[in-house]
Design a protein. Structure first.
Lengths: 392, 392
């Protein structure tokens, strides 16, 4: 017979999942009820309202997709893009490339605006792409690149798209609740995220929001959405306002309990306080890493506080260090992704993981493991540097 | 501030979700670890092996899709079907219609074989459809129609498809672990299911399996799979054997804990014992319902033991009865779906819900509520009839 699985107690400081608060895990394990139960419908209403809060939007079409963030991305493209459309896609990391795949699988053309991984999306290049191409249906970009730890200027990018009457599709999987996300103020037509980053919920669900303009585009499509599962016109029958909740698919009931609880925690803290907390622990972590002699991979003005890309020192065994952190300290940090594999580590401070105890643990563990590997680092400095930030 | 959500303790005897055992809920709430954690990889290996057992297959490509059963259906079609293909789709309920939608959204043609809802798929009509059409890529049918409670003869349907060299795509969302499913013996090329039926896990995940022949079809596609998220060639990089587990999307880690635990429970009971248990409680329930004077909507030889469609007696308020069952007894039974809305109730005996205590509760509650509504039923007979089955 197969044995039970008892996971180790990890500290999750990779690119997600982040540490999940006990309250959220407890909510997750509450007794399952039916997806059409009247009580479940009240939960759905709460979740929609709380998602409107975290996205800072009044969009009626704001809901959780019953699948991971990647499906959130796909939901954005398959609903808004039709064969023959042209989309400007900004790529400065892995996820811009995934957007390109999505656009092309919709039968549309992706006009790529490429920037060096680890730098932000260039506003000038986007302006240029709009001037060189007509009839652009949408501009798509990643607000917070999970593969590099870079924040791009979503507000300015959206403003460029508006000048050219294009829809704005924003990936904020890693952004939401970690840094300001202002869907209505910025004029984002579709934004999607994931639960396992700064919302500190378990992985598997993708919050998404569509503006009225985006809804109109969906309502006036000339072709059917290629995905039945992600077709918003069908999903609205279940999640929409003022309708009898019609069965579309069986909602992941328990995952909704957990999402509800994690959103409640964000609401209780308040978005501004959450952003300040992420910024503080980021500052302490960076101070510690730099005191140790490590260097950050991303320029200070575009760094994501919740995802810290660190250059791997020369001669250090990437996989060996991460394995030692996991084995000796139950600490997970992220490897580099795509072009940055073997070149950077990604240290997450997302949601519940963004706290001083994690910063201290990470600095001490990293110092211990790097010292054991004979890396050329300044020992004994990191913690004091971090504490100085906390005392300031 | 938003209040916490504490679900009521329901008895789930609808068409799914079914009652979830406490062990599975407890597993669900265990601490989250990373989706690339070496310990998570051992869990994935267990899950694949256990899914092979419940599907009765040696298929290497057997895994859980990170989304509900509807996405399992979509994964089957988008991977195996390409634009211009012809697929024979059997429809004898809601889900055959959903298959048609999937086929058409793949740019393929659906040749429909339609049977009256509440009856099984006609083998003769399927034979006929093959003789009237050439170059059929696949035959698609629903093994256990959740909307009507009908079992179709999967083995015989697959044999017809084999004669015509067509792939066999089988929906066994409601079948798996409730009645025999023999993927290899029957020669099913792709079968998919859901976690929230006879596996008695929380909803949100779709087990799926592809034969070697199906894998070859996928490997030799001339077009890209239209869904990035459901593209098996990409997913194999994460779930496949003998590969470094490459990131595709973030797996729903906690949902995998729950699935693992629910599969362990099936393994511990054994499939044959699980099938016998479903059959026994079905027999007792039907005896009780008929003693009460209610009639079954489906002929005895094609009834699904795990999903019992009952004709709603004339003059009875469908919604009122279900609401009273929920309010007075915390008991959920299912409404009719699609063409059967208002005509039948669907009483589930799926997985952990298939037990004598549920049968007794359901019979007594239904008798009480129907009597209060002034329905013309024989009171005081149902429980004895059910007990007679248990004593036999």
């Amino acid at each position: 017979m197969t044995g039970a699985f008892h996971p180790p107690l990890r500290t999750l400081m990779g690119p997600g999942p982040s540490d999940v608060p006990p309250q959220v895990l407890e909510a997750l394990g509450r007794p399952t009820i039916g997806h059409l139960d009247p009580q479940f419908v009240t939960l759905m209403d709460d979740i929609k309202r709380l998602l409107q809060y975290v996205f800072q939007t009044d969009n009626a079409l704001t809901l959780p997709i019953s699948a991971p963030g990647s499906a959130g991305m796909e939901a954005a493209f398959v609903n808004l893009i039709e064969p023959g459309d042209k989309v400007i896609v900004c790529q400065n990391g892995v996820f811009g490339g995934r957007m390109k795949e999505n656009v092309e699988r919709c039968g549309a053309s992706a006009i790529m605006v490429e920037d060096t991984w680890g730098t932000e999306v260039s506003l000038d290049k986007v302006e240029q792409a709009f001037f060189e191409n007509n009839n652009i249906k949408a501009l798509a970009f990643v607000h917070a690149e999970t593969s590099t730890g870079v924040r791009s200027d979503a507000k300015a990018l959206a403003a460029i798209a508006h000048k050219h009457d294009a829809l704005v599709i924003m990936d904020t999987v890693t952004g939401l609740a970690g840094i300001p996300v202002e869907v209505d103020t910025w004029g984002i037509d579709c934004a999607y995220s994931g639960t396992q980053k700064c919302l500190s919920c378990t992985p598997g669900i993708a919050p998404i929001t569509f503006s009225q303009r985006a809804q109109d585009v969906i309502a006036n499509r000339s072709t059917k959405v290629q995905s039945w599962f992600l077709d918003m016109q069908l999903i609205m029958g279940y999640w929409g306002a003022n309708t009898k909740r019609a069965y579309h698919h069986t909602a992941p009931v328990n995952a909704m309990y957990a999402l509800h609880e994690s959103l409640r925690l964000v609401e209780a803290e308040g978005l501004a306080a959450a952003h300040a907390r992420h910024a503080l622990h980021h500052k302490a972590l960076v101070a510690g890493l730099e005191a140790m002699g490590l260097s950050m991979a991303v320029a200070a003005d575009v760094r994501l506080p919740q995802l810290n890309a660190v250059n791997i020192p020369e001669g250090v065994d990437d996989g060996g260090v991460r394995a030692a952190l996991l084995e000796q300290f139950d600490l997970e940090i992220g490897a580099g992704l795509g072009a940055l594999a073997g070149k950077t580590w990604r240290i997450g401070l997302m949601g519940f993981s963004a706290k001083a105890v994690n910063v201290r643990k990470c600095l001490l563990a990293l110092e211990t493991v790097l010292s054991a590997q004979g890396a050329n680092i300044a020992a004994g400095q990191a913690l004091a540097a971090a504490e100085a930030v906390y005392q300031a």
